[in-house]
Ligand binder design. Structure first.
Ligand code: PEP
Length: 255
């Protein structure tokens, strides 16, 4: 089946940049990109820079995303931020279940599932991350791990399944300079789509965008994005540099 899904490139800035630095990066990104609309472009700064970055991109095609949120709407959850608070700041997207949150903050698939439901209820588009460790890949568990993560993180969404974006991020490729080969990535992306088909049927599975993440850069983006089931990128390191990020967006436009 031909790919008619719009490419989506999202930058995950992680815990980097002061407000002034985030503003500078944002200005540089918008200058590099101009009026790009062939590709959906999202930037995900820290919570503290969301307002300033959001103000700069208001009249551009770049959209704002957050890196995390809590699933409750409000209440006694010290240090947390809710979906509606992100909407207050004009966020359109939120990254959920990133491997760093799963590894360092104990996020389980059940927690991710609660967050996905709360994000959708607040009209935020969740970017749901899944991926295997090196040990799991080497012991041939990749597909079992991915299946469990997808089925549990997206459980009970019903017709709202089509509101999610998935990011396949092999943990061994995140921030390591190692990239999954286009064939390795395509293989897992096609597998993810087959699970989505089991969960929601063909039309929904064909409409859901699946990003690749893990050391994507301008030099490897075009080949990865040319794969039939790779519909975008979630970018860490290369998103902190405006011309690298724009280079990846341009690779998405080319293909
Ligand atoms: C990420 O953390 O989502 C990521 C893909 O990082 P990097 O591009 O640096 O590997």
């Amino acid at each position: 089946m031909s790919k008619n899904r719009k490419i989506i490139i999202a930058g995950n800035w992680k815990m980097n940049k002061s407000i002034a630095e985030a503003e500078e990066l944002t200005r540089n990104i918008t200058m590099e990109l101009g009026e790009t609309s062939e590709v959906d472009v999202v930037v995900c700064p820290t919570f503290t820079a969301l307002k300033s970055v959001g103000d700069i991109i208001t009249n551009t095609t770049v959209k704002l995303g957050a890196q995390n949120m809590h699933w409750e709407a409000e209440g006694a959850y010290t240090g947390e931020i809710s979906a509606s608070m992100l909407r207050d700041l004009y966020c359109h997207y939120v990254i959920l279940g990133h491997s760093e949150r799963r590894t360092y903050f104990g996020e389980t698939d059940e927690i991710v599932n609660n967050k996905v439901k709360a994000a959708i209820a607040a009209n935020l588009k969740p970017i749901v991350c899944v991926g295997e460790s090196l040990e799991q890949r080497e012991s041939d568990q990749t597909k079992d791990v991915i299946k469990g993560q997808i089925e549990k993180s997206l459980a009970g969404l019903g017709e709202n399944l089509d509101k999610v974006i998935i990011a396949y991020e092999p943990i061994w490729a995140i921030g390591t300079g190692l990239t999954a080969s286009p064939e390795q990535a395509q293989d897992v992306h096609a597998y993810i789509r087959s699970i989505l088909e089991e969960m929601g049927g063909t039309d929904i599975a064909q409409s859901i965008r699946i990003q690749y993440g893990g050391s994507m850069k301008p030099a490897n983006a075009e080949e990865l994005l040319s794969q039939p089931d790779i519909d975008g990128g979630l970018i860490g390191g290369a998103a902190l540099d405006a011309s690298s990020f724009a280079g990846i967006v341009n690779a998405g436009i080319q293909k």
